[in-house]
Design a binder for this molecule. Structure first.
Ligand code: ADP
Ligand code: MG
Length: 699
């Protein structure tokens, strides 16, 4: 056994593996010893044999057994990367891809981005030398567009397959397909849960290898009564554990960045109040947008006498293993996407988790010894309110992006595409309908030139349509800045509690002229650029530095992609033209003011409000615009539209005449012919009748 491992070790010693930032040799030795203690180590030979004998292998093993970090290394050591081939390993979450790649490159004594790298949306940390590539499942999906047979890969490992993200599910279908004509390609599907049979069945009874994990018993404690405020309950529980329980770190599951930051604040405040009465509590947040330099902190060993409390999203359920956790606090919620295929409305909501998830969460407490899990709900809630498993994402999301990708790959027959669990027919139709409306597909469902261009951009179809349309309005320069600012995934404006008034005043400057949120984002970007991308400028203007840096990275990539689709970078200071380009992508997201001050979406009537964070609401004597376009809907206490811009109703008829008709005209045309009326008097009627009606389109 050891001899095979030695090969790999020797490679490190001989410097065959790229050694950039070299680990001190005693640290490498330590890491090497640690690798041998992982449960998967004793299965190394079996695993390599199974991979050799089978094209597809399903691997099931407890979180922390070493699947993600070790399997690609074993395969590399066994020669699967000879001849310049790569081993790819997909992760549903980008932070997992980054963190695991960092760990593996450390173990291999190589600099991150050389032999071991990662690729996530808008960030490629790989080079020609990269042989072990960790990436998000979505990125591998995009690689199919450039390399449909994945010829540069010898092995693809679909990790965390149990998460059943949309991209993972589509990947499984595509991989199954290419495996037929690439007999040399090895597929490994790995999962932390026991539903291996389902994956095995999907891959024509593929072999299953089970890696028994070490798992100590975990005592589960329930609440006696339901909790009104789970965030507060979680903080109280963490403090109680800290004060009353023997040593061991705490892991608290929360639903997102905002919640984690709030919990961090309360915890800091309350521990400060207790002063030296308690031992040190080290607070470690972890969520998708946590800056890289802070990510390593959660893995640092806890100093003697102190206790670590990790505040994590779902990411710590199975994607990341943090050693030393003994106590888990589980409020029982996560943020989930939900989608109504009938209305096409998508929103992110805090939702109860499944029984399977709560078991995974509890399991995190029993990795190194006897643990405890505190569930902040009652055992009655558990039995009667939680579903057994989480519904796969493919069945609860907007499919427009995936359909566009599949169409670009030449897969036309979507109904017969091999999904492990098929999406609802309605959702597929809705996606086709939207892509048709955006001009990405023609009437028979084939990809158009516009669609081909749109597919090049790794963003949702409405955004990519807006970018492609900017060519016509000669403002691609401005529109990619807006697109980048909308894609950072975190808030641009900084509003600290003690300086809200200052922050709001600073913000209003970007809204002068009541330009709407999209143009305000553009103004922020341009002003920052003017200030030489200065950090100081961000502080002075209450702008989040990190979000801006990310926006710049995204913008750079979008600019390169413009070139690829042969759109010239063109600039315009005509705000109306820029807004029209935005409307060209987002016309399905428009709403009209109602008498009672709320809005009603035009296409599928639905009540919504302008989010209080919108610049439109910030002006002191604001007048609600008659017709608006929004970027997204979020459901909190109410249904809110976020990133809102006023538009003129006439634009809708000008830009999307197949989607919006003027009152009166449509009835006539629609009753005489089911086809879309074209051209007929559009410019003249647009001035006559101001209100718009819904108009169904055919696919
Ligand atoms: P699995 O994929 O089976 O859940 P992993 O390969 O992720 O297991 O983890 C194996 C071991 O490597 C764990 O003990 C974990 O603590 C450690 N590990 C993984 N990632 C990191 C990291 N970024 N920093 C430090 N240790 C890590
Ligand atoms: Mg893993």
């Amino acid at each position: 056994k050891a001899s095979v491992l030695l090969e790999g070790d020797q490679m490190i010693a001989n410097g065959n593996v790229d050694v950039g930032k070299v680990q001190p040799s005693h640290q490498l030795d330590k890491l090497r010893e640690e690798r041998k203690t992982l449960p998967i180590y004793s299965f190394r030979e079996r695993l390599l044999q199974d991979v050799e004998k089978n094209q597809v292998l399903i691997i099931v093993g407890e979180t922390g057994s070493g699947k993600t970090t070790q399997i690609p290394q074993y395969l590399h050591e066994a020669g699967y990367t000879k001849g310049g081939k790569k081993i790819g390993c997909t992760q549903p979450r980008r932070i997992a891809a980054m963190s695991v790649a960092a760990r593996v490159s450390q173990e291999m004594g190589a600099k991150l981005g050389h032999a071991v790298g990662y690729s996530i949306r808008f960030e490629d940390c790989t080079s020609e030398k990269t042989v072990l590539k960790y990436m998000t499942d979505g990125m591998l999906l995009r690689e199919f567009l450039v390399e449909p047979d994945l010829a540069s890969y010898s092995v693809v490992m679909v990790d965390e397959a149990h998460e059943r993200t949309l991209s993972t599910d589509v990947l499984l279908g595509l991989l199954k397909d290419i495996a037929r004509y690439r007999p040399d390609l090895k597929l490994i599907i790995s999962s932390a849960t026991l539903d291996a049979e389902k994956f095995s069945d999907f891959f024509d009874s593929a072999k299953i290898l089970r890696i028994p994990g070490r798992r100590y018993p975990v005592d589960i404690h329930y609440m006696e009564a339901p909790q009104a405020d789970y965030l507060d309950a979680a903080v109280v529980a963490a403090l109680q554990v800290h004060v009353t329980q023997p040593p061991g770190d705490i892991l608290v599951f929360l639903t997102g960045q905002e919640e984690i930051e709030t919990a961090e604040e309360i915890l800091k405040h309350r521990t400060r109040g207790l002063g030296t009465k308690i031992s040190e509590l080290i607070i470690c947040p972890i969520y998708a947008n946590l800056p890289t330099e802070l990510q390593a902190k959660i893995f640092e060993p806890t100093p003697e006498g102190a206790r670590k409390v990790v505040l994590a999203t779902n990411i710590a359920e199975t994607s990341l293993t943090i050693d030393g956790i003994k106590y888990v606090i589980d409020p029982g919620f996560s943020k989930m996407k939900s989608y109504n295929p009938r209305s096409g409305m998508e929103s992110l909501q805090v939702t109860p988790i499944s029984k399977a998830s709560s078991m995974q969460r509890a399991g995190r407490a029993g990795r190194t010894g006897h643990g405890k899990c505190f569930r902040l709900y009652t055992s009655y809630n558990y039995d009667s309110d939680l579903d057994d498993t989480t519904v796969p994402e493919v069945q609860r999301t907007n499919l427009a992006n995936v359909v566009l990708t599949l169409k670009s790959l030449g897969i036309h027959d979507l109904v017969n595409f091999e999904f492990m669990d098929p999406p609802p027919c309605e959702a597929l139709l809705k996606a086709l309908e939207l892509l048709f409306a955006l001009g990405a597909l023609n009437k028979v469902g084939e990809l158009t030139k516009v669609g081909r261009r749109m597919a090049e951009f790794p963003v949702d179809p409405m955004l990519s349509k807006m970018i492609v349309a900017s060519d016509k309005y000669t403002c691609s320069d401005e529109v990619i800045s807006i697109a980048a600012m909308l894609s950072t995934g975190s808030s641009i404006f900084y509003r600290p509690k003690d300086k809200q008034v200052h922050a709001d005043t600073a913000r209003l400057r970007f809204h002068s002229g009541n330009v709407g949120d999209h143009i305000a984002l553009l103004k922020v970007y341009n002003a920052w650029k003017e200030a030489n991308y200065s950090t100081q400028w961000c502080y002075e203007n209450y702008i989040q530095v990190r979000s801006m840096k990310r926006a710049r990275d995204i913008r750079d990539q979008l600019e390169r992609l413009l070139e690829r689709v042969e759109i010239k970078l063109s600039s315009s200071n005509d705000l109306e033209a820029i807004k029209k380009a935005v409307t060209s992508g987002f016309f399905p997201h428009c709403a009209r003011l109602q008498k009672n001050g709320s809005y009603r979406t035009i296409k599928h009537p639905h009540t919504a409000h302008i989010h209080p964070s919108s610049g439109i609401m910030a002006l002191e004597h604001h007048v609600l615009p008659r017709c608006v376009l929004y970027h997204e809907l979020v459901l909190t206490t109410k249904e809110y539209m976020r990133q809102v811009t006023e538009i003129k109703p006439e634009w809708l008829v000008e830009i999307a005449p197949h989607y919006y008709q003027l009152n009166g005209v449509v009835e006539e045309d629609y009753s005489t012919s089911k086809k879309m009326p074209r051209g007929k008097g559009r410019t003249s009627t647009s001035k006559q009748i101001p209100s718009l009606v819904d108009y169904s389109i055919c696919v």
